[in-house]
Design a protein around this ligand. Structure first.
Ligand code: CP
Ligand code: NVA
Length: 303
């Protein structure tokens, strides 16, 4: 039975911890994993732009001994030329796995049903699971654990927020989500995370008040406007500027580190000086994208 990675919400805490551990091992001893994808080809299909995800999958797959074919959906939408169900079934004729960055999560579900090979979510409107894994790998490296820590996400409730909630709940990391009113995380996904959190003893707090982040170990920022959101910056800037992640917020909360999935917009959602400070984990997160994804590929393609 092939296994997909669409959300992590259906994983057990033990499976999540094992995957994190595998990522640590692959990072420490890459030579031991240099043939796990030998002879395997992976198609990476992107409906949206990417720097980190595209390059880290390509180079990561190469380091595992495999081969990646990059497909750019030039028209912007897969549905323009043929149905997603046919695209996926065709790709599965040749590829050993499909990595896909898409506008709609439903496209990934269609891929999952139509392709008899693993489908890996490389970001959609609702989730960014590969990012979540890399981020907790980064926290694990910094703190030696994920259990009992507190991650405070500040900004727009979005795909990254959702995956931080789910992966954090699985790994025992408490969650605070601070958003402007009207920009909360999706209630059905918060409910998914809370169902996991009940089992792992994790607390999940949602607030519009920055003070809710006081005492957090890490503050996390992401863009105020996710890819595909055409809202003019001027329209949301006034609402979001009080939620900027900056030195004053780090001071007020007492957080040790700042994180951001990138691409970052300097002096909008996060100050440039904070990105460049010794509290910044941004490049470690970016590096860990590859190690986390290589753990995912190793597990899913060797199951
Ligand atoms: N963080 C992330 O997914 O970056 P890209 O959009 O550049 O892939
Ligand atoms: N929330 C952002 C994440 C980019 C990696 C977006 O979807 O554009």
């Amino acid at each position: 039975m092939k296994q997909d990675l669409l959300t992590f919400a259906d994983w057990t805490p033990d499976a999540m911890k094992n995957l994190l551990q595998l990522a640590v091992e692959i990072k420490q001893a890459p030579a031991s994993y240099s043939n796990v994808l030998a002879g395997k080809s992976i198609v990476a299909l992107f409906e949206k732009p990417s720097l980190r995800t595209r390059v880290s999958f390509d180079i990561g797959i190469n380091k595992l001994g495999g081969h990646m074919v990059y497909l750019d959906a030039q028209s912007g939408k897969l549905a323009g030329r043929e149905d997603a169900v046919d695209t996926a079934a065709n790709l599965a004729c040749w590829a050993d796995a499909i990595v896909a960055r898409v506008f709609s999560h439903e496209t990934l579900e269609t891929f999952s049903k139509a392709a008899n090979v693993p489908v890996i979510n490389a970001l959609c409107d609702k989730y960014h699971p590969c990012q979540g894994l890399a981020d907790y790998l980064t926290m694990f490296e910094r703190f030696g654990k994920t259990e009992g820590l507190t991650m405070a996400y500040v900004g727009d409730g979005n795909n990254v927020t959702h995956s931080l909630l789910i992966v954090g709940a699985l790994l025992g990391c408490n969650q605070v989500v601070v958003t402007p009113e009207g920009h909360e995380a999706a209630p059905e996904i918060v409910a998914q995370a809370k169902a996991i959190a009940e089992k792992t003893g994790v607390s999940i707090v949602e607030s519009t008040e920055l003070s809710a982040a006081n005492g957090a170990d890490v503050i996390y920022a992401d863009t105020w406007l996710s890819m595909g959101d055409e809202t003019p910056l001027e329209v949301i800037k006034e609402k979001f500027m009080p939620y900027q992640v900056n030195e004053a917020l780090m001071e007020a909360t007492g957080a040790s580190y700042v994180m951001h999935c990138q691409p970052a917009h300097r002096d909008l959602e996060i100050t440039g000086s904070l990105i460049d400070s010794d509290k910044s984990l941004l490049m470690q997160q970016a590096e860990n994208r590859m190690h986390g994804q290589n753990a995912i590929l190793t597990q899913l393609l060797n199951a």
